[in-house]
Design a protein around this ligand. Structure first.
Ligand code: HEC
Ligand code: HEC
Length: 185
């Protein structure tokens, strides 16, 4: 009985690790970073970090599903990217796009990426992280004066204005500091 259970457990973890490896996160990476797996995988691609971190924090690809990155990362879409021109040359766009697609929410085992994958599995591709059901829900009670009306935030899209460890892929509420509102909670 016990032996049977052990075999099943072993097979399950092997399957899990195989899946994680398939998703671009190697088994070793997964095991070593168990604690950090609560957030989203930090950005590791230099071009992505540079090109996509110029005007705002470089959003981790795990914050949106592949169908969203496919829509956002085309030459036409980048020409008018939320009112800005964020065009890239073909080689750079290929690298940035591949990186985003290979690390999109549904390919990841990180907890927040899983939540985003689940909340966007059905329906049209969201073009904003802030529009996904999960991210909209966790912020719905924050008053506008702390976001739009806050000169050091201005937009919910500026994740790192409040999430002090956003660049590490950590978004836990105990790492939040809303500028100018020290007593927000
Ligand atoms: C020239 C400036 C600029 C560059 C470069 C740029 N962006 Fe943006 N991006 C913006 C602006 C402006 C917004 C809208 C911000 C807002 O609404 O507050 C935005 C918003 C976004 C959003 C939606 C955020 C939300 O509200 O959830 C995503 C996703 C995004 N950008 C991804 C990227 C990626 C990926 C790259 C690299 C290819 C990139 N951006 C490069 C200016 C830029
Ligand atoms: C105005 C400040 C502010 C901005 C900007 C902001 N957040 Fe948050 N976020 C918060 C606060 C405050 C909470 C905690 C809410 C609570 O605990 O009730 C939170 C919670 C979260 C959570 C859930 C944390 C948990 O412990 O369950 C995630 C995930 C998150 N934010 C991601 C993001 C992302 C991604 C962005 C950018 C697209 C963003 N946030 C932008 C203030 C902000």
């Amino acid at each position: 009985m016990l032996k049977k259970f052990k075999i099943v457990a072993l097979m399950t973890s092997a399957l899990f690790l195989a899946n994680a490896a398939y998703a671009g996160e190697t088994a070793g990476e997964w095991l070593l970073s168990f604690e950090r797996m609560k957030g989203v995988k930090p950005v590791t691609d230099r071009k992505y970090a540079k090109e996509c971190g110029e005007c705002h924090f470089a959003y981790q690809p795990g914050l949106l599903p592949a169908k969203s990155w496919e829509k956002l990362l085309t030459p036409q879409a980048l020409k008018n990217h939320f009112g800005d021109n964020a065009e890239l040359d073909t080689a750079t766009l290929d690298e940035v796009r591949d990186y985003a697609l290979n690390n999109a929410a549904e390919t990841s085992w990180y907890k927040r990426a899983r939540k985003i994958a689940v909340s966007t599995a059905n329906g049209p591709a969201p073009l904003r992280i802030t529009e996904t059901r999960y991210i909209a829900r966790v912020h719905e009670e924050i008053p506008a004066k702390m976001i739009k009306g806050n000169k050091d935030v201005k937009s919910l899209s500026m994740c790192n204005a409040c999430h002090t460890q956003a660049a590490k892929g950590v978004f836990d509420s105990d790492t939040v500091n809303i500028p100018n509102f020290p007593d927000w909670d």
